[in-house]
Design a protein around this ligand. Structure first.
Ligand SMILES: [Zn+2]
Length: 309
């Protein structure tokens, strides 16, 4: 009897876990854009949750104790990178004491690795004068082509951690890419009549969007990324907008509208609150709807103010 029991115990211990017993990947992302893309890749094989909400400034997210609890349980943490989250995320990762998601560990994924990054700093890399974009522009997800690059990183990471599901993730990635290609054709066609349209934006959130859809960003309400408007900069901007006939000011949902409204009144233009992220407004629930929403919003506004090229 004793021999039988010992044998049984050994059998239980050595029995390999059947595939269906493998738990879902627990994925935490820094932003809702990354969560939206990760969901496209993961299907039902992962639970995915974002720390930041899409209506928050991703540079300055208020850390909550619940974030640490979520990070403690995560198998994977996906970050935007390029120091976008440096003001709030690194201490939370550290405090989670979760070895799987520390920078450099297998469960830590920097989604910017193969993305096209614009505004790379020339010469010495510095955060001098408060510039919050010292490693190039971190708002790179606002280009559907970068969406595909992010999705590839995510699919590779999930496949590395769940090799049995590699074919599933690759199929989901191929399907996402095909749907992006089809949607991108539609978006480009919608924007084609407004090629070279000049706009001003509050923060430098839209350079990738502008490059993809041929907008010309003439200036910014902020004198430098992360620095609030100053009277002199605002005056210079108004003069330049008048000179060039620029009438549209795109503002991310989390900025004060006082200065943009003053500028719009002075130039006879319009302030357009345009979400740079999934979740920025409640209708924008996935990566496709982000472009659908923003492009529609932009075209309607251009029709109201008239194109300035
Ligand atoms: Zn920024």
């Amino acid at each position: 009897m004793k021999k039988f029991l010992t044998g049984l115990t050994a059998a239980i211990v050595l029995l390999p876990l059947p595939a269906f017993a493998q738990a879902k990947l627990n994925v935490i992302t820094a932003t809702e854009d990354l969560a939206a893309i990760a969901r496209e890749v993961a299907g039902d094989r992962a639970s995915i949750e974002s720390l930041a909400r899409g209506y928050q400034d991703p540079h300055y997210v208020e850390p909550k104790p619940s974030f640490i609890l979520k990070l403690q349980k995560a198998d994977v943490l996906v970050v935007v990178g390029r120091e976008l989250e440096i003001g709030w995320l690194p201490p939370l990762i550290q405090q989670s004491r979760n070895a799987r998601i520390q920078p450099g560990a297998d469960g830590y994924l920097d989604a910017s690795l193969n993305a096209e990054i614009l505004e790379m700093p020339q010469g010495q890399i510095t955060r001098a004068m408060g510039d919050v974009h010292p490693l190039g522009n971190p708002h790179y997800w606002l280009d559907p082509e970068n969406g595909k690059r992010i999705a590839k990183e995510v699919a590779d990471k999930f496949s590395q951690l769940r090799p049995n599901d590699r074919a599933f993730f690759e199929q989901r990635l191929a399907d996402f890419n095909a749907r992006i290609d089809a949607a991108e054709k539609r978006w480009l066609a919608a924007m084609a009549p407004y090629k070279g349209m000049k706009v001003v934006t509050y923060h430098r959130s839209f350079p990738n969007f502008a490059k993809r859809f041929s907008l010309d960003i003439m200036g910014y309400v902020e004198p430098r990324p992360g620095i609030p408007p100053t009277p002199q900069h605002t005056l210079d901007l108004i003069n330049e907008m008048k000179r060039q006939g620029v009438k549209l000011i795109l503002v991310e949902p989390y900025f004060d509208l006082k200065t943009p409204k003053k500028i719009a009144a002075d130039v006879g233009g319009e302030v357009l609150v345009m979400p740079p992220s999934v979740g920025g407004v409640k209708e924008v629930t996935d990566f496709f709807k982000l472009f659908d929403y923003d492009i529609n919003l932009l075209i309607e506004a251009i029709k109201r103010v008239g194109a300035s090229k």
